[in-house]
Design a protein around this ligand. Structure first.
Ligand SMILES: NC(=O)c1ccc[n+]([C@@H]2O[C@H](COP(=O)([O-])OP(=O)(O)OC[C@H]3O[C@@H](n4cnc5c(N)ncnc54)[C@H](OP(=O)(O)O)[C@@H]3O)[C@@H](O)[C@H]2O)c1
Length: 245
């Protein structure tokens, strides 16, 4: 594990996956700016992503490597109670399902569904003891009846939504808050493998900071109030085909 300086202090501690870009980077920055101690997991932090304030710690880890993940989590645990878990990392491939392959399907399911289940299991006893919060970044695809050209991704996100509700029912009596956030199209690199992207027009996609604001809203609800699901949509529904190179 490589981390920048670790310090023990009284701030609330957040473990967030997928902190090196897009939504996860925006959430990490927002929470660090608001006084949380943030441990952000990712595989590739560029200079911009790793140059956060002193309370933002980059943890270089492939979260689908369960042994490496557990080792990193245990090192953080030696220093802090983890108060907030944000399952944000994601991977997406689009196209006709017959055009995917087994490796891409496994990547989606392992990153977007399997790892959040494993990471939550690792931390749930601690969260019950301390009244922690879990936020799962699902997607509006989870509540679409069908996701043609995104069948595997939609299935993984629907699984995460279902899991989120189940864990809330299991853990709510212990004071654990569990939230699923379901963003619509957000301007990030997630669509790098797609042949479409959001239209350039303002309001045709969310910005990562819009989702970060939602996370801060969820975490700032008072004792006894839980936001179970939050759907966030851009004003307009407009996508365009990418220019072929
Ligand atoms: N963009 C949208 O329109 C949209 C809409 C709804 C929901 N979401 C969800 O929002 C979440 C964030 O996605 P994004 O839009 O911000 O896309 P993004 O910019 O591509 O970010 C994905 C993040 O996941 C991390 N990640 C992926 N596989 C990983 C692995 N094996 N180990 C460690 N980290 C891994 C990436 O880090 P490394 O590459 O450094 O490993 C990156 O930080 C995802 O769950 C996505 O499904 C996005």
């Amino acid at each position: 594990m490589e981390m920048n300086e670790l310090k023990i202090n009284e701030r609330k501690t957040v473990l967030i996956t997928g902190a090196s870009s897009g939504i996860g980077l925006a959430v990490s920055r927002t929470l660090a700016d608001n006084g949380f101690e943030v441990y952000g997991f990712g595989r590739n932090f560029d200079d911009e992503a790793s140059s956060g304030p002193e309370n933002f710690h980059c943890v270089i880890c492939d979260i689908t490597d369960t042994d490496a993940l557990e080792k990193c989590v245990n090192e953080i645990r030696k220093l802090h109670h983890i108060d907030v878990l944000i399952n944000n990392a994601g991977c997406a491939y689009y196209g006709l399902h017959e055009e995917l392959n087994a490796s891409k399907i496994k990547d989606i399911v392992r990153t977007d569904l399997e790892t959040p289940l494993i990471l939550t299991q690792m931390l749930l006893r601690d969260m019950k003891a301390n009244g922690g919060s879990i936020i799962n970044i699902s997607s509006v695809t989870a509540i679409s009846h069908a996701n043609p050209h995104g069948a595997a991704y939609g299935a993984a996100k629907a699984g995460l939504l279902s899991f989120s509700g189940s864990v809330f029912e299991e853990a709510r009596k212990h004071g654990v808050k569990v939230t699923a956030i379901l963003p619509d199209m957000t301007d990030t690199d997630l669509y790098r493998n797609a042949d479409f992207e959001a239209d350039d027009e303002k309001g045709a996609s969310l910005l990562p900071r819009d989702v970060a604001d939602a996370v801060l809203f969820v975490l700032s609800r008072p004792y006894g109030v839980v936001v179970e699901e939050l759907v966030i949509r851009p004003q307009f529904h407009r996508i365009k085909r990418k220019n072929k190179q």
